[in-house]
Ligand binder design. Structure first.
Ligand SMILES: Cc1cc2nc3c(=O)[nH]c(=O)nc-3n(C[C@H](O)[C@H](O)[C@H](O)COP(=O)(O)OP(=O)(O)OC[C@H]3O[C@@H](n4cnc5c(N)ncnc54)[C@H](O)[C@@H]3O)c2cc1C
Length: 319
């Protein structure tokens, strides 16, 4: 086993063998590593201590009047006002609060058309460190499994302690993507989270999650995937300084080729579900309100039910 201790200028490297008396310790100065790296062309990845937090975000249609394409039954997103999914904004806020407490970095990821950059920029302006946009024609028409698979293909290449998704998106509202993603990554998931506490030493999370009966307290080991609910926090507004600095932050664009894997797993081709029919629910007829003497009201209601043949004349009696 190798234990690494990082200090400002030195790295202490302890090699531990089965016999504890046999361990060897090396102290390496950062300058030595840099010299070796420069001389031999070594590539190193920069290490930032703290939590690696990934927040999955979706740009959603910001209107109640969503329009469905009558031919292919998909949501028309072009030229529609759009916004960052509110529960994802809560996810970004939670990521930022955890980073402020424990250190580390927050990366936001979205799969969508390039216009999703607006949503990513908002997260960067709130304080996220980095954005990734997974965008390619190959991803068009993805159902929830294909969406989660695409996110998985990117996230599996990254380091992460915590993945945060919203409970649902406001435009499709399935609530499937977070749980699918956790299953693809084979990590624990805690959905509908109302409060998050971390035990960093033990690398464990203690979360309060909303259930139909009340609140459940769930503990899991990191890495873990959470889905957010309303009330987890109050998201901050991007500041002017944040907006200016967001333009300088890194936004990586990832295509299907970058992700690798078979194209048949992405977009419409990788979607095992399809929309068979889309229809508007019939508008409700105006209600009839009966007022007056209770006996007369009951007589009137019975007459209506008789006319509609919902009861027979033998099945009632008014006292
Ligand atoms: C059968 C079917 C067919 C569909 N066909 C199309 C289509 O042809 N074209 C189309 O535009 N839409 C289509 N959709 C909608 C599309 O599948 C969803 O937008 C997408 O799968 C995400 O599902 P959701 O919005 O319900 O996410 P939910 O599961 O409700 O979202 C929960 C959370 O998952 C994360 N998340 C969701 N989507 C993304 C994303 N794209 N990037 C990053 N994180 C994300 C966010 O954190 C979000 O808060 C279809 C949906 C279904 C069910």
């Amino acid at each position: 086993m190798i234990k690494l201790r990082l200090f400002e200028n030195v790295i202490i490297c302890i090699f531990m063998y089965n016999n504890p008396h046999n361990s060897q310790t090396f102290i390496i100065h950062r300058k030595v590593i840099k010299r070796l790296k420069d001389n031999r062309g070594w590539k190193t990845t920069s290490y930032k201590p703290g939590l690696k937090i990934i927040v999955c975000i979706k740009q959603v249609v910001a209107t109640q009047n969503m329009k469905i394409d009558p031919i292919n039954h998909t949501l028309i997103r072009e030229n529609m006002p759009s916004m960052l999914n509110p529960l994802d904004e809560i996810g970004v806020e939670e990521g930022l609060r955890l980073r402020e407490k424990y250190g580390g970095e927050v990366t936001v990821i979205t799969m969508g058309p390039m216009q999703a950059k607006e949503a990513v920029l908002r997260c960067l302006a709130m304080g996220a460190d980095k954005g990734i946009i997974i965008s390619d024609k190959a991803f068009a028409g993805a159902d929830t499994i294909a969406t989660a698979y695409t996110l998985y293909m990117q996230i599996k290449k990254m380091e992460y302690d915590l993945i945060i998704c919203g409970k649902i998106s406001t435009d499709s509202e399935t609530g499937h993507v977070g749980p699918h993603l956790a299953e693809f990554l084979n990590i624990p998931q805690i959905c509908y989270v109302k409060k998050v506490d971390l035990d960093i030493e033990r690398r464990r999370i203690i979360a309060q999650k909303e259930t139909d009966e009340g609140i459940e307290i769930v503990e899991a080991s990191l890495p873990v995937l959470l889905t957010t609910t309303m009330g987890l926090n109050e998201p901050r507004l991007p500041t002017l300084k944040g907006m200016i600095s967001s333009k300088r932050k890194e936004i990586e664009i990832v295509t299907a080729k970058d992700l690798g894997g078979s194209l048949s797993n992405y977009g419409l081709r990788g979607s095992p579900t399809f929309v068979d029919e889309v229809f508007e629910p019939p508008s409700r007829k105006p209600e009839t309100i009966f007022q007056g003497d209770p006996k007369e009201v009951v007589e009137k209601i019975v007459q209506v039910l008789l006319n509609k043949k919902l009861i027979s004349s033998r099945s009632y009696s008014v006292c």
